[in-house]
Design a protein around this ligand. Sequence first.
Ligand code: NAD
Length: 395
Amino acid sequence: MSDVGRGMLDFAAGFMPALHAATETVRAGGRLSGRRVGIALTLEPKTACLVEALASLGAEVSVLGNSYSTKSEVIAALRANRIAVFDASTDRAARDAFVDARPQLLADDGAEVVRYIHRERRDALEALVGVAEETTSGVRPLRTMAEQGVLEVACLAVNDARTKTEFDNVYGTGQSVVMAVLDATNVQLPGASVVVVGYGPVGRGIAATARALGGRVTVTEIDPVQALLAYHDGCAVEPLQQAVRHADLLITATGIAHSVTGADAELLRDGAIVAVGGMGQGEFDPALGGEVRLGDEVRAGVRAMHLSSGATAYLVADGHCANTTVGEGNPIEIMDLSLALQLRALDLLAAGDLEVGVHLLPRHIDDEVAASQLTAAGITLDVPNATQRQAARGW
Ligand SMILES: NC(=O)c1ccc[n+]([C@@H]2O[C@H](COP(=O)([O-])OP(=O)(O)OC[C@H]3O[C@@H](n4cnc5c(N)ncnc54)[C@H](O)[C@@H]3O)[C@@H](O)[C@H]2O)c1
């Protein structure tokens, strides 16, 4: 199995020029050598390339797997390389073992581990120098913790870098969520009514992919600007309780628990499919309101939902993030950017001079990560001429 995993890692590595460039930049500084680094990101071949890059830099890396999205081949390949992967019988046991390794630097996803450490494993706070947070639904609670004065560690909002949000959230998740749902269900998209709940970067990407493939897209929003953006992008905009009635596919992208409830799901048509593209568990909450009864898994990753109307709708991946659970996650080239940023963020945190709080990555790191993919693609940038530079500085 480790050979299969090794093949997957090597294949991914061939599409990750930005990670390779970041590795060499970080190697020159030498700050990660000997540091205990915990990786709590969705464990895919791409993530494993980051793990191996860290190991090559002399870091002592430990990795947290989980029961729904981790691929066993990837674990086998990393273990064959003597890297510690915590993948216990329960997610909690795995997380405890991971925290027991006392990471000094942590790459977290959804702030799951850092929140757990603040709440239940405060013994691990002393060793923790810094946290690089991958996604919107992790940055949000970290900022809330900072505002409430309970955050006790320096954090970098990797999610908010331009080379993350504008690529991973939009193009990566847009493509991978739609593809994962179509593959898992084998239904046709052209002509289908696709309802996207939430029009942040992720919802925008999902809507764009669905429209490009011939879907008829309706967006539901609670923010007037985002709703207006959806309208200008050519989507219909409706309240959820109206849109849900005509959805063939309903995909959530809000990043907030209980955004779509059982009461909403009760309005679905027979055969409608629900999937989560945002934070995963809880964003769609079928137990809240209504009398939705979860039934059998009717095909791999697709469960029947029996509604009180007598209709049967279907839930993809039991409400976990569809792309990372029943699909293979975001495209490699996209994760190349996100994981290069993660590496640069961990290196920056290793300096140990960031104050407690949530910080943005410096702009030059964003620029360097973007430039490394451009270079690999053979694309050359222009530079402004001297007169233009002078004009740009004038008033
Ligand atoms: N699956 C993946 O691979 C992947 C990748 C990147 C981000 N994410 C996750 O996707 C989620 C969305 O990310 P984002 O960057 O677009 O977040 P965002 O916060 O920028 O956008 C979310 C949007 O949802 C809207 N919203 C909130 N509640 C709503 C409701 N009840 N009804 C309708 N709209 C509602 C908000 O107004 C906002 O415009 C986050 O959880 C993020 O962590 C997933």
